[in-house]
Write a protein that binds this ligand. Structure first.
Ligand code: FE2
Length: 218
């Protein structure tokens, strides 16, 4: 955690050196890969975790980046949502997670994030304990996470959600798109991503972070 926060401060806030976006992604991903359930105090056997609902733990919430943990009971899901202009690194701490990811096709993605639009659906994949995945502003920016087995994931994201800077979280459903003249691209299938309000079935219960908070003076 300390390595992750120090690297984030160095690369995302102070921008020491001439690091490219790709180098920042790689360095930060290595740090996220090193996070453990023990240091985040998210153990599978923890009796404080609610097994009926999705548990949410706010670990770090700074103006430049955020670290959050979700514990998802088997069969429940984080509905299809976006991260406008954000990069997200997700690690599975324990359990198994099915991932469906999407992008908008239109050039003006910003409008699509508000209104919906034609999208691409990438092949689904499963993440297991220890797996780490990067979701980019330009690839797999929208995704749905469904717990194949009860699981805990940690998300490192930058910049964080901030509605005041037009980085709110929007929700969608994926629909077939028989009208589109667009062809499937690579392995990705053309769909329509319809904007919806936050699904009423999506409920998270916040629980306090039990680990040591990193030193966050900037
Ligand atoms: Fe997400």
């Amino acid at each position: 955690m300390e390595a992750l926060v120090n690297t984030a401060k160095k690369l995302l806030i102070h921008s020491f050196g001439r690091n490219s976006y790709e180098e920042a992604c790689n360095s930060l991903k290595r740090c996220v890969e090193g996070l453990t359930p023990e240091e985040l105090c998210i153990l599978e056997s923890d009796p404080n975790l609610n097994n009926k609902y999705i548990n949410f733990v706010n670990v770090v919430d700074s103006p430049s980046f955020a670290i959050s943990v979700f514990v998802i009971p088997t069969g429940l899901k984080l509905p299809l949502h976006d991260h406008v202009g954000m990069t997200v690194i997700t690690k599975v701490l324990w359990g198994e997670l099915d991932v469906d990811s999407f992008d908008f096709i239109e050039q003006d993605k910003f409008v699509c994030h508000h209104m919906g639009g034609d999208g691409l659906q990438y092949p689904p994949f499963t993440m297991r304990a220890g797996d780490c995945h990067l979701f980019y502003p330009f690839r797999e920016n929208l995704h749905e996470f469904k717990a194949r087995k009860r699981c805990a994931i940690v998300d490192f994201m930058w910049p964080p959600y901030n509605p005041a800077e037009d980085r709110d979280c929007h929700y969608f459903i994926s629909q077939p798109n028989p009208d589109s003249s667009r062809k499937n691209i690579d392995n990705a299938k053309v769909v329509y991503l319809k904007r919806i309000p936050c699904p009423p079935s999506f409920y998270t219960q916040s629980i306090p972070y039990g680990g040591r908070r990193p030193f966050l003076s900037f």
